[in-house]
Write a protein that binds this ligand. Structure first.
Ligand code: SF4
Ligand code: SF4
Length: 235
C-alpha cells in the first residue's frame, strides 16, 4: 500500500549540501529535532522529536531537507531514531516473546495527555482499509486482558500514576509501544514542568513509532516488524 500524496514520509537531509558552520535548519526547528553536533555535514534529524512541520525545509537556504514517501520509521531503541543514515528499523521480538505473542497480541491504549490525533490514527488501524485484527492484533478494554500497552501523549503529571498502575496491571512479560513524538520525547511539550517528556521516563519501551501523528501505515509497519512479519531491512 502506497502513502497518500498529501502525507509526509520520512525526512531526509542531504548533508553534502550543508555549508560549513550552517545551523539554519536546526535554528528553524521548534522541537530541537535537528542535531548538528559533529562538525560540518553532521546534521541529522531525531525522528523521535520531529513533528513533521516542515519549518526546517523552509528554513534551509540550500534545499538540503526533503520529505520522502517512505512510511517506515519505527525502531526498537530511542537511539536508532537519530542516525546519520536515517533510522534503524525495528527488529523482531526475541524468539520466546514471539512464541508467546506472535499469533495473538492484545493491546491496551493509554492516552497520557495526547491531543487526540494519535488516538484517531490508532483507531484507524481497525477500519476496513488497515484491518489490524487480521494480523491477530486487537485493542482490549482492560490491562488485565492485555499483553502490552500502546501509549500516546507526553505523559502529563496527571497521567503518570495512571500509566504506572496500568503497566503494572499487565501480566509479565509485557510490551510497551510509544506512539507519536509526544510519547517518544515530549514532542512540542518537551521540557514543560507538567509533562514527563515521554513514556520512557516512566516505563520501559519496546517499540518507538515516530510521527505527529504517525500515519496508520507507519504504525502497522512497526507492529508487523515487532511481530517478525516483515523482515528487517537496511536504510
Ligand atoms: S519538520 Fe521536524 S525537523 Fe523539521 S523543523 Fe519541523 S520538527 Fe524540526
Ligand atoms: S505526537 Fe502530535 S499528534 Fe500525537 S499527541 Fe503529540 S501533538 Fe498530538
Amino acid at each position: 500500500m502506497a502513502m497518500p500524496e498529501n502525507v509526509r514520509g520520512r525526512p531526509v537531509i542531504d548533508t553534502g549540501r550543508c555549508p560549513d558552520g550552517c545551523r539554519a535548519c536546526a535554528d528553524a526547528c521548534p522541537t530541537d529535532a535537528i542535531l548538528v553536533d559533529g562538525g560540518p555535514g553532521s546534521a541529522r534529524i531525531d525522528l523521535g522529536r520531529c513533528v513533521f512541520c516542515r519549518d526546517c525545509v523552509e528554513g534551509c537556504p540550500e534545499g538540503a531537507i526533503t520529505y520522502g514517501r517512505d512510511h517506515r520509521m519505527a525502531s526498537r531503541t530511542r537511539e536508532d531514531l537519530a542516525l546519520s543514515e536515517g533510522v534503524k528499523l525495528a527488529a523482531a521480538l526475541e524468539r520466546k516473546m514471539l512464541k508467546l505473542l506472535g499469533r495473538s497480541l492484545k493491546l491496551r491504549h493509554v492516552s497520557a495527555g495526547d491531543c487526540s490525533a494519535c488516538t484517531a490514527e490508532l483507531q484507524a488501524l481497525g477500519n476496513v482499509v488497515f484491518d489490524l485484527a487480521r494480523f491477530g492484533v486487537q485493542f482490549v478494554a482492560s490491562p488485565r486482558h492485555a499483553d502490552g500497552l500502546v501509549v500516546t501523549g507526553p505523559v502529563t503529571q496527571n497521567m503518570r500514576l495512571a500509566l504506572e498502575k496500568t503497566w503494572k496491571a499487565v501480566a509479565s512479560p509485557r510490551l510497551v509501544i510509544a506512539v507519536g513524538a509526544c510519547a517518544i520525547s515530549g514532542g512540542p511539550f518537551r521540557g514543560l514542568s507538567a509533562v514527563h517528556d515521554g513514556v520512557e521516563s516512566v516505563v520501559p519501551v519496546d517499540l518507538f513509532v515516530p510521527g505527529c501523528p504517525p500515519h496508520p501505515l507507519t504504525l502497522l509497519d512497526g507492529l508487523l516488524r515487532l511481530l517478525g512479519r516483515i523482515e528487517d531491512s537496511p536504510r
